[in-house]
Design a protein around this ligand. Structure first.
Ligand code: SF4
Length: 285
């Protein structure tokens, strides 16, 4: 039995940075608030809760105090959130990934210049909500190629993407929009390079193995995309967020196993999965 792991694996740089910022802040402030989970991973979230991170669902739950602070997650937040925090003198720990910040700037700068901003993304995802906010609520979200049913009459239209979307789907949408009047120079491939590399490596690996394990949380967008990519090439693909979910019977029948991790999946979960897969073979039950 052989296990091949897609690189990069474990946390991406943006997630690692967000966790480091929160851990440092937990030592500095008495109370640290975060809107929703810091990252889409149950194990990491639970560990941070134990260390004192306080997860809230809306701004009204925050009690402004000089010794408390609010974390902006790596997905970013809307300008309205920053405004609220500043107006209420609430300390901000901005863990927005620098890559997401750049996309926010594109959304903001082009909408200020009178461009229509098209975003390939999920309108319910926090990153996309922030991009819409930075476009002054003018951006239009394209969820799939089926949404490309309009012509572009002005040169002043740009296409950007949520940082974790499937690059192949982005290219399909770009091509459909080019036929409908989008200028090539107005296309910005804003999918993050870590995510692109994981997707491309997985796409190549998944066609050469008997079974694929995608490790990560079911509510993680980039993990979900990796799973969809794996399924296209390998019918025996499984999304695993806990060891108990490992498909023991199928694993024992496989000679070559491919493994990929979402950008918010800790490296130690990958190690645990590899150990458990090897144990399954040794036990042979
Ligand atoms: S996936 Fe990319 S854009 Fe998103 S947090 Fe990680 S490094 Fe940043």
């Amino acid at each position: 039995m052989k296990i091949d792991v897609v690189q990069p694996c474990g946390f991406c740089a943006g997630v690692r940075r967000a966790i480091d910022l929160v851990k440092t802040a937990l030592n500095k402030y008495e109370q640290i608030y975060c809107f929703g989970e810091l990252i889409h991973n149950e194990q990491v979230t639970n560990d941070l809760l134990k260390e004192g991170l306080f997860v809230v669902k809306d701004l009204s739950a925050i009690k402004p105090h000089p010794s408390s602070a609010v974390v902006i997650r790596s997905h970013g937040a809307t300008p309205l959130v920053y405004e609220f925090l500043k107006n209420n003198n609430i300390n901000i720990i901005d863990a927005t990934c620098p890559i997401v910040k750049r996309i926010q700037m594109l959304s903001s700068e082009f909408s200020v210049k009178g461009y229509k901003v098209l975003i390939f993304g999920d309108k319910n995802h926090e990153e996309v909500k922030s991009l819409i906010g930075f476009s002054h609520e003018k951006a239009v979200v394209i969820n799939s190629i089926d949404d490309v049913n309009f012509d572009i009459k002005s040169e002043k239209t740009i296409l950007i993407s949520q940082s974790t979307k499937d690059e192949t789907k982005l290219f399909q949408i770009r091509d459909a929009l080019l036929k409908r009047g989008l200028l090539e120079s107005n296309f910005y491939n804003t999918i993050c390079s870590d995510i692109k590399t994981r997707q491309r490596s997985l796409s190549s690996l998944a066609g050469r193995v008997d079974l694929v394990l995608i490790l990560g949380s079911k509510n993680s967008a980039n993990t979900g995309n990796l799973y969809a990519i794996a399924r296209e090439k390998c019918v025996k693909s499984f999304l695993v967020s806990r060891l108990i979910e490992l498909p023991g019977k199928e694993i024992k029948q496989a000679e070559k196993i491919g493994v990929a991790t979402g950008a918010s999946t800790p490296y130690n979960f990958l190690i645990s999965v590899k150990r458990e897969v090897k144990n399954l073979f040794k036990r042979g039950d």
